[in-house]
Design a protein around this ligand. Structure first.
Ligand code: ZN
Length: 343
């Protein structure tokens, strides 16, 4: 099969189109003909060797996929060849206490497709049957592939960690990212008033179109003061953040007394300074978040089918242009998801 393989850790140039053996489905596994694969910042971190630096090379990146079931392994019950599906990228043992409690993203054997095992930048992909869901009706394959990782991540942050409720002022950092595009919509659905930040006026305009109530350009050094002003001096009650070291001090200052900050990434850098006095004196809660339980994909897909949440695809490229997709992502030139179409 054709696949884009990562031959070394480094810049986008380490991604190369290659011919590799197609994977075979084992028991309770399904092989898909991939039709679309969406990019995530995780792909960039793995490519650079910052995340999972010891995975063997060559490696196939890609956590998000949609496609058509092509073959099923022994014991597969819910899917058959020809089914159009979307892939849930979090893979867990299904047997431990965490898994059985619905906390499968805390499973000690938790793996993310494309990080810990071969991913979706390929014509064929093998995943456990438990990681498939029917593709929402009315969505293209590219739109469907844009959903899982970003919407799962945003759902756990907004609903499970921050517990956004009507009347909350919700700050969503870096509105153009896949996770934030999802978080803006989910926070609105749960009654929040959304203040979105972005680095350009065009991205702010698109965030408002998506439902954000206010926009703040966070390239201005005093951006956190603008968040304070927009909240009557109080600050944001709940914060969705994955921007990392560069913006963390501003995030802390933009958060209301007693506020909650959920962090699901650190795009601008992994090492920052924690202003302890703000955390204890103003009683802030800083909540780490990674992915979500597999179960959360069900309400997400229902809300997408009902037209109440929607994927935002900013750029579609062919599979062989994966390196170009990585550049677009790293240079933040796209609002919404970068998706590779697989011929
Ligand atoms: Zn488990």
């Amino acid at each position: 099969m054709k696949a884009v393989v990562m031959e070394a850790r480094g810049g986008p140039e380490v991604l190369r189109l290659a011919e590799v053996p197609a994977p075979e489905p084992g028991p309770k596994e399904v092989r898909l003909r991939v039709r679309a694969a969406a990019l995530n910042h995780l792909d960039v971190w793995v490519r650079k060797g910052v995340a999972s630096p010891r995975i063997p090379l060559p490696h196939i990146l890609g956590s998000d996929a949609s496609g058509v079931v092509e073959a099923v392994g022994p014991g597969v019950k819910a899917f058959r060849p020809g089914d159009e599906v979307v892939v849930n990228p979090g893979i867990s043992c299904g047997l431990c206490e965490r898994c059985l409690s619905g906390e499968d993203n805390l499973c000690p054997h938790y793996e993310i497709l494309g990080e810990h095992r071969p991913g979706a930048y390929a014509q064929y992909l093998v995943v456990p049957e438990a990681n498939l869901a029917p593709k929402p009706k009315g969505l293209s394959f590219a739109e469907a592939a844009a959903l899982p990782l970003a919407f799962l991540t945003a759902w756990q942050m907004v609903v499970d960690k921050l517990e956004v409720r009507p009347g909350d002022d919700v700050l969503v950092m870096a509105a153009g990212s896949g996770v934030s595009v999802a978080a803006i919509q989910i926070a609105k659905l749960f009654g929040g008033r959304v203040i979105a930040t972005a680095g350009s006026e065009e991205k702010l305009r698109k965030a408002l179109e998506l439902g954000a109530d206010e926009g703040v350009n966070y390239t201005h050094p005093d951006w956190h003061k603008e968040v304070r002003r927009l909240t009557g001096g109080k600050g944001a009650d709940k914060v969705v953040d994955h921007t990392g070291a560069l913006y963390f001090e501003g995030v802390i200052k933009a958060t209301a007394n007693g506020g909650r900050i959920a962090i699901a990434g650190a795009s601008s850098g992994y090492e920052g300074t924690l202003p302890f006095a703000h955390v204890f004196y103003r009683q802030l809660s800083i909540l780490g978040s990674t992915m979500a339980s597999k179960s959360r994909l069900f309400p997400i897909l229902r809300l997408v089918e009902a037209g109440r949440l929607r994927p935002v695809v900013g750029q579609v490229l062919p599979l062989e242009a994966a390196a170009e997709g990585h550049r677009l992502l790293e240079e933040r030139r796209v609002f919404g998801k970068v998706v590779l179409e697989v011929a």
